[in-house]
Design a protein around this ligand. Structure first.
Ligand code: CP
Ligand code: NVA
Length: 305
């Protein structure tokens, strides 16, 4: 049966570890200049209904380095933007390509695409989830800290696609997860149901509207933009609602010594993160961006080989 990557809730801890291990192997091969054309002759269709820099370039470079070919389909220029249903797009692309990556708004659209496609479908971001990003984040944390189990990750800001995926990915990998959002911007209910059901002494989940209490004793501090793609009109109101939910020096002082900072980028300095914290942790943040490439290659390899 074909496998898709639609959201982290669909994965087991073992499957996440398999992806991270494959990424480590591919990264090591790439750094050593060892060719790894495991997907020679294969084609990946890449549908972008929303903007992207990292996701597009890491997937397109990744499929190329694996010996395959990526086709960029923008929502605007393809028939997708003129309303062709995902059921039909899925069946057409399955006849030409060996995999489909899609970035769009509605998670349902991705789930429908996967239901009708005969080839693996990869979620490159929806309003609900950003699984490929969080797999790269977990990889970066494991690379720098040696292991994930027992670490405490803290997310401060909007309960958005990043928050949803960090909560699920962190708990599945044996981490404690603390989240601070304003009450009206909490993570998705299905994710919270999973998190509270999963919460135990080994993988403790806490949700608060107090960023300081979430940050206390954290090994990794995450944040993301206050207004995601599609919420541009709300940016002004959100700026007011998220005041106090900024990752700054006072928040970092509450975290454990040597705590990492992760940001999926793009970042808005002076909003969700201060310029000084961003620059002090830029090595970790740009490693995280680089690791999109290695982790995306691992996903492509495992799903399309
Ligand atoms: N982090 C991330 O997904 O970046 P892009 O929006 O540039 O793809
Ligand atoms: N939450 C952000 C992530 C961008 C990579 C958005 O959806 O726009």
């Amino acid at each position: 049966m074909k496998k898709d990557l639609l959201k982290l809730l669909d994965l087991s801890r073992q499957e996440i570890t398999e992806i991270l291990d494959a990424a480590a192997d591919l990264k090591q091969k790439q750094k050593a200049g060892i060719a790894h054309p495991y997907l020679a002759g294969k084609t990946l269709a890449m549908i972008f209904v929303k903007n992207s820099t990292r996701t597009r370039v890491s997937f397109e470079t990744g499929i190329y380095q694996l010996g395959g070919h990526g086709i960029y389909l923008s929502g605007k220029d393809s028939q997708i933007g003129r309303g062709e249903p995902p059921q039909d797009t899925a069946r057409v692309l399955s006849r030409y390509c060996d995999g489909i990556m899609i970035r769009t708004y509605d998670q349902e659209e991705v789930e429908t695409l996967a239901k009708y496609a005969d080839v693996p479908v990869i979620n490159g971001l929806t309003d609900l989830a950003h699984p490929c990003q969080v797999l790269a984040d977990l990889f970066t944390i494991r690379e720098r800290k040696g292991a994930l189990e027992g670490l405490k990750i803290c997310y401060i800001g909007d309960g958005n696609n990043m928050a949803n995926s960090i909560i699920v990915g962190g708990l599945l990998c044996g981490m404690h997860v603390s989240v601070a959002t304003p009450p009206q911007y909490r993570p998705d209910e299905t994710v919270l149901d999973f998190a509270f059901a999963h919460s135990c002494p080994e993988t403790l989940f806490t949700l608060t509207d107090n960023p300081a209490s979430a940050a206390r004793g954290a090994d990794v501090i995450f944040t993301d933009v206050w207004a995601s793609m599609g919420q541009e009109d709300e940016a002004h109101a959100r700026r007011a609602a998220f005041e106090g939910f900024q990752v700054n020096a006072s928040i970092m002082a509450l975290a454990n010594p040597g705590a990492m900072v992760q940001h999926c980028l793009p970042a808005h300095r002076g909003e969700e993160i201060t310029a000084d914290v961003f620059e002090a942790h830029s090595d970790e943040i740009f490693d995280e961006a680089e690791n999109r490439l290695h982790v995306q290659k691992a996903i492509l390899y495992l799903l399309m080989k």
